[in-house]
Design a protein around this ligand. Structure first.
Ligand SMILES: NC(=O)c1ccc[n+]([C@@H]2O[C@H](COP(=O)([O-])OP(=O)(O)OC[C@H]3O[C@@H](n4cnc5c(N)ncnc54)[C@H](OP(=O)(O)O)[C@@H]3O)[C@@H](O)[C@H]2O)c1
Length: 328
């Protein structure tokens, strides 16, 4: 009997400790809601069918926006789309095919969008991949999978949509990056981020080097975009560590799998909560935002802004334009 009591005490104590640690960790998580109505506004969300993109889509649809879910896979979108139309009562929500890992697909998407719409209020560059580097995966155009999809695809997409964004008053671009951009590197004199990707160092962190580099590029791209189009608000956001499908290709040894639920329990927020960082970037009043800024927990991150100073955003823009044949 006393041993049951002891066991109960240990379990209860552990649960309480975990609960308190999570509560402590979550005290700084950003949160955002807005009363803004979006009737008449046209919004594109890349990767709007699942994870963070889907949570942002729910908010935008409920606010009455004309919403385009720019996704690569109809089968992975159709059920969510039907459910979203039903729950929001907004039938002006649509799927349009976009595969960011194909420059041709990006061009076709933009063509189709321009044929249908004559304004673009908010572009949310959210879609992203996280793949094991050892698989050496490439996009259809032969670019390293993370840099090609997460950065180059969005770079071309945004640039091809710039005329519409410029024509629309108070337009905005939100680029979803990550705090992992802190371990990212961009140094064209030293290595080719674009084609082969940066080789992981011996004591590599848990995140793929290509992913970190692509997230750094997202932040540098946003900063340069603000310079190129000062009339538009461009912000970059980190959503925090969230429970989504991003890690679907990660293969963990069994002992790490055992610890992951505990790590998740302590540090991982829901997609619903993480997405508030993205809706903050999309809907916060412009006068309270810094154009080209990097935001974490719904606040400008001065440390990250300083870190970004070290990298050559002009060179990134130049090379990205060259590799995506932007001038064509
Ligand atoms: N989850 C986190 O902890 C976390 C932390 C920091 C930053 N982020 C960033 O948040 C963003 C959203 O990720 P998530 O966590 O919501 O992951 P997710 O659940 O895996 O969603 C990723 C989305 O991107 C789409 N996508 C992937 N490759 C694509 C391509 N080639 N063309 C078009 N769409 C493509 C996916 O489409 P399919 O459904 O067809 O696969 C999916 O809709 C990413 O940029 C990620 O880097 C996430």
């Amino acid at each position: 009997m006393p041993s049951y009591l002891t066991l109960g005490g240990i379990l209860g104590g552990t649960t309480l400790a975990l609960f308190l640690i999570r509560k402590y960790m979550s005290r700084k998580w950003g949160s955002f809601t807005s009363d803004l109505k979006l009737d008449g506004k046209v919004i594109i969300i890349t990767g709007g069918n699942t994870g963070l993109g889907a949570e942002v889509a729910k908010v935008m649809a409920a606010k009455g926006a004309t919403l385009i879910l720019a996704c690569r896979n109809w089968d992975r979108t159709k059920d969510f789309l039907a459910q979203l139309r039903k729950s929001s009562g907004n039938n002006d929500v649509h799927f349009m095919k976009l595969d960011l890992a194909s420059l041709q697909s990006v061009r076709e998407f933009v063509q189709e969008f321009q044929d249908k719409y004559n304004r673009l209020d908010i572009l949310v560059c959210n879609a992203g991949v996280w793949m094991p580097m050892e698989k050496n995966l490439k996009t259809q155009d032969g670019f390293e999978i993370h840099v090609g999809t997460n950065h180059l695809g969005h770079f071309l997409l945004t640039n091809l949509l710039l005329d519409l964004l410029k024509m629309t008053a108070n337009s905005r671009t939100v680029v979803v990056s990550s705090s992992l951009m802190r371990t990212g590197r961009f140094d064209p004199a030293d290595f080719d981020n674009f084609h082969e990707g940066r080789v992981p160092e011996k004591k590599a962190g848990f995140a793929p080097t290509g992913y970190c580099d692509s997230k750094l590029m997202n932040a540098l791209f946003t900063r340069k975009l603000a310079e190129v189009v000062p009339s538009m608000m461009s912000v970059c956001v980190c959503p925090g560590f969230c429970g989504t499908e991003l890690g679907r290709h990660v293969q963990m040894p069994w002992y790490k799998k055992m610890f992951f639920p505990i790590v998740g329990l302590l540090f991982m927020r829901s997609a619903f909560r993480g997405a508030q960082n993205i809706t903050f970037g999309a809907l916060k009043e412009s006068e309270n935002l810094v154009n080209g800024g990097f935001y974490r927990e719904c606040e400008i991150s001065e440390d990250d802004m300083k870190r970004l100073d070290k990298f050559d955003k002009d060179e990134l823009w130049k090379l990205s334009a060259q590799y995506t044949n932007l001038a064509e």
